[in-house]
Design a protein around this ligand. Structure first.
Ligand code: PEP
Ligand code: MG
Length: 589
């Protein structure tokens, strides 16, 4: 039966494919194997299952010699049940299907089958049988534990690009069916693992439009919907689904008519992308001759290729924290960071690269181990520059690596989440210290332009201090909105109140742009507002000439720039900022 689930649209486009439900087991490796690895993967699970069967047999043997006190009857009954589950061919057949037909790695196939069977158990009338679900989970856990102790023989692989809707209608059960990931939640670290992967779209139950998970989905340029509440409960493994990333809707089990309609939309979107690609080499200049800088936001050095392909004239925000994620506590050392920054600089072929120092914390834990459940308000806690200043050795390592990389190209250093003059002074003296350390070691380094992010209202209200110390400012609207309006950007339950057009937000943004322009200092917007085509004219009217966004958004924003007359937008833009309801005036330019 066809039904729709509504959420928040975060990354444009339409995806049509089979649902891959990601349960709570993100600690299990998820990757696709090559066809020649199928038999070896099936063998790995079989070996795991047989090892657990042997273990249970040994246990049975041990307890058979014990009295009822040490080994109650329930224990041996439980072991019998576990054996029964392990020997049930349904379990192994199902796992074989996920490995053979979907090319899932062994652990992923096992947990997927567990989920499938768990749902069947949930639907059972008989309470005794329903409760056997827990046994199934325990058995799976044992097999996983055994497999963890045995080296994984295959390496994660990528699958090639996805076929389109018309292909999949013809080849429904082929291994090339597009896959759409449906999960309760995905941390940015999880998303990073999927960045190079095969998924044609994402849906999560939780998350706001500018949560870091949503930002990563946008950077992957695949349709995504977050805040879809109970999507992961309502969708079943392998259901056909459509994700409409423009409208924020997921359609489950679509009828042929709906499929055809969305197939058409998908083709239209592809045509539009093709059309925009023609603007790639066109300079971003308004009708009245104002030059506008369109920069890219990147997460990894390899993203430089997408930035260049989209015609970016530099990187306005390299979120360096993504180099620090999924490392199980082993942070990258100076040489590793230096090599990564150098790769990004070289990847940009002489164009400037703005490297932001690490911004972990809040909704960006380093990995699942570091999720901050201890603090009530992690977004107000030890995050970004506060985290760096709390660990000077770590911060100095990063500063030295960036300074060394700056010898290879034009590099700007950007500091996140500053609010206090004392933090600025501490940061600058650590930067001096890092330089002195490199001098002592006789290591070459380059010069840097120094920038601060304006993303806390306190910073936006004390611009004089910031302009005294920094060469340029970059407005992080994602956090500026969060902290001005006291709205958790990652919480879908207050997402309707997260408003980039709130007059208070607009006043802080307008004022920052005006102050920088008046003092001849560089100013850019690198939050999601910069990539929103509905806001391009407003920001141009406010005097902004530097926008930094995901590569996938650059050409659409460029189209807006080419159509705009910046001089004529000025008065209107200031009226919008002064209005009680700015959104009502937005379409009136
Ligand atoms: C911002 O806050 O707008 C920003 C660009 O930084 P991040 O999204 O990484 O917090
Ligand atoms: Mg921020």
């Amino acid at each position: 039966m066809t039904f729709a689930i509504h959420g928040l649209p975060v990354a444009r486009g339409i995806a049509i494919g089979r649902a891959v439900l990601m349960g709570g087991r993100v600690d299990v490796a998820h990757y696709f194997i090559e066809p020649h690895q199928i038999e070896a993967e099936i063998e790995r699970v079989r070996a795991g299952r047989n090892a657990v069967i042997d273990e249970i047999h040994r246990l049975q043997h041990t307890i058979s010699g014990m009295g009822p006190k040490e080994a109650p009857h329930e224990l041996s009954a439980l072991l019998d049940v576990h054996l029964m589950i392990l020997q049930d061919e349904d379990l192994i057949d199902g796992i074989r299907h996920w490995i053979r037909d979907r090319l899932y790695n062994a652990e992923w196939a096992l947990t997927t089958q567990l989920e499938q069977l768990s749902r069947q158990f949930d639907d059972m009338e008989d309470e005794y049988l329903r409760e056997r679900k827990a046994d199934l989970e325990q058995v799976t856990e044992r097999i996983l534990r055994y497999m963890k102790g045995v080296a994984t023989p295959v390496a994660p692989s990528r699958r090639s690009s996805q076929p389109r809707q018309q292909d999949l209608l013809l080849a429904d059960d082929s291994i090339d069916v597009p896959l759409v990931l449906v999960a309760h939640d995905l941390s940015p670290a999880d998303m990073l693992q999927f960045k190079q992967s095969v998924f044609a779209g994402f849906v999560t139950d939780v998350g706001g439009k500018t949560s870091h998970t949503a930002i990563l989905a946008r950077s992957m340029d695949i349709p995504a919907v977050v805040g879809a509440r109970s999507a992961s409960q309502l969708v079943r493994q392998d259901d056909w689904v459509i994700i409409d990333g423009d409208e924020g809707v997921m359609i489950v089990d679509p009828s042929p008519i709906i499929l055809a309609e969305y197939g058409f939309k998908q083709r239209q979107a592809e045509l539009e992308r093709g059309r925009l690609m023609r603007l790639r080499h066109t300079p971003a200049i308004t009708i009245d001759g104002q030059k506008v800088e369109l920069l890219a936001n990147i997460e990894m050095p390899e993203d430089a290729a997408a930035a260049l392909a989209a015609g970016a004239v530099g990187v306005g925000l390299f979120r360096s924290e993504f180099l620090f994620m999924n490392r199980k506590g082993h942070l990258p050392d100076e040489d590793e960071q230096y090599a990564a920054y150098k790769r990004a600089i070289e990847g940009m072929q002489g164009l400037p690269v703005t490297i932001r120092t690490v911004d972990v914390g809040a909704d960006k834990p380093l990995d699942d181990l570091q999720r901050d459940e201890a603090h009530l308000n992690p977004a107000l806690g030890l995050r970004a520059i506060r985290w760096s200043l709390a660990d000077p050795a770590m911060f100095l390592t990063q500063l030295r690596a960036i300074l060394r990389a700056a010898a290879h190209g034009k590099v700007n250093l950007l500091i996140p989440m500053l609010a206090h003059a004392s933090e600025i002074r501490q940061t600058l003296s650590l930067l001096d210290f890092a330089r002195a350390e490199l001098d002592n070691r006789g290591v070459a380094y380059g010069t840097l332009q120094l920038g601060a992010m304006i993303e806390i209202p306190a910073a936006a209200l004390t611009l004089r201090t910031f302009l005294k110390y920094f060469d340029f400012l970059s407005i992080g609207t994602n956090d500026l909105i969060q902290y001005t309006l006291a709205i958790d950007r990652a919480d879908e339950s207050v997402a309707h109140l997260y408003d980039p057009l709130h007059p208070a937000v607009l006043q802080l943004v307008a004022n920052t742009i005006a102050e920088c322009n008046a003092q001849g200092k560089g100013v850019s917007v690198c939050g999601e507002m910069a990539g929103d085509t509905q806001l391009t004219r407003l920001l141009l009217g406010l005097g902004l000439r530097s926008f930094s966004m995901h590569p996938a958004q650059i050409l659409a924003v460029k189209q807006e720039v080419l159509r705009a007359d910046a001089g004529r937008l000025e008065r209107w833009a200031h009226e919008v900022v002064e209005a009680e309801d700015p959104a009502a005036l937005l379409g009136a330019a």
